[in-house]
Design a protein around this ligand. Structure first.
Ligand code: FMN
Length: 168
């Protein structure tokens, strides 16, 4: 397995805690932690394997920092890049927009020919609607601190094990 870039906002405390767990599970020597608040196009394009932290904000939208970064890679072809997405979401508070940010990001990157990896089962979550849902899967890992904090460690462990097989 080659390099893995983990992109997230260093200002986000909750997401930062999740990244720490994911990094530990992956093995520290293979990964680079990248701050999306200051990352440039060149910073982003250097990897083959990616983990993007995309919590859902507002009513089913991307966080501001992703909205601000994405135009810089608007014209890029991401063919050959393997991208896994995870993010916080609240299935009780936002059942009609549960982890929409994960789904929005997956669609944007697929339109640039990236390969999205790290799909998970919808089993164990209760919600009405999600842009991240495809059939009985989510296009990434949903972490619900508000309602299912006790399940987070196990979910991360299983997800990272599957990524180890999918990353190139
Ligand atoms: C104002 C606000 C809006 C939110 N909107 C959504 C939403 O639409 N869908 C969802 O699944 N979670 C939503 N959440 C829950 C967050 O995604 C969740 O708390 C996440 O862990 C936040 O991570 P962060 O603090 O690292 O950005 C919202 C939380 C807040 C405070």
């Amino acid at each position: 397995m080659k390099d893995i870039g983990i992109f997230y906002s260093f200002r986000s405390v909750k997401t930062g805690q999740q990244v720490k767990k994911i990094s530990k599970q992956l093995g520290a020597d293979q990964i680079k932690l990248m701050d999306i608040d200051v990352a440039t196009k060149a910073d982003f394009l250097q990897f083959t394997n990616y983990i993007l932290a995309v919590p859902t904000w507002f009513d089913g939208e991307l966080p501001n920092y992703w909205d601000e970064f994405l135009p810089s890679i608007e014209k890029e072809d991401l063919k050959g890049k393997n991208i896994a997405i995870f993010g916080g979401g609240d299935q009780k508070g936002y059942p009609e927009n549960f982890v929409d940010g994960i789904g929005l990001m997956a669609s944007i990157l697929e339109a640039k020919n990236a390969t999205i990896v790290g799909f998970t089962s919808t089993e164990g979550y209760t919600f009405e609607q999600s842009r991240a849902q495809r059939g009985n899967q989510l296009v990434g890992l949903a972490l619900d601190i508000e309602n299912q904090a006790a399940l987070i460690d196990e979910r991360i462990k299983n997800w990272v094990e599957s990524l180890k097989k999918e990353f190139k």
